[in-house]
Design a protein around this ligand. Structure first.
Ligand code: ZN
Length: 79
């Protein structure tokens, strides 16, 4: 019985994570859903980037995190 409760708990946590993740990706405040948000400077560090963002409506502050997932050569260098 304990196991089933744990599985249900894990699933609920996973669903909350995905819900939160989608909210973050859609450019809305994760707390109140407002689109009136302001991003600070983007900090880039070894394939990771992050940006502190604050909500003008409820004053929540969160950090958007990015991971490098690809690379494209835009212009060839001279060798
Ligand atoms: Zn908000």
């Amino acid at each position: 019985m304990e196991k089933i409760e744990q599985i249900i708990g894990d699933f609920a946590q996973m669903a909350r994570y995905h819900e939160n993740h989608l909210t973050i990706n859609s450019g809305k405040c994760p707390q109140c859903g407002s689109e009136d948000i302001t991003g600070g400077p983007v900090e880039i560090d070894d394939g990771h980037a992050y940006q502190d963002v604050d909500c003008s409506k409820c004053d929540a502050v969160w950090r958007d995190e990015y991971t490098l997932h690809g690379m494209q050569l835009v212009e060839e260098g001279s060798i």
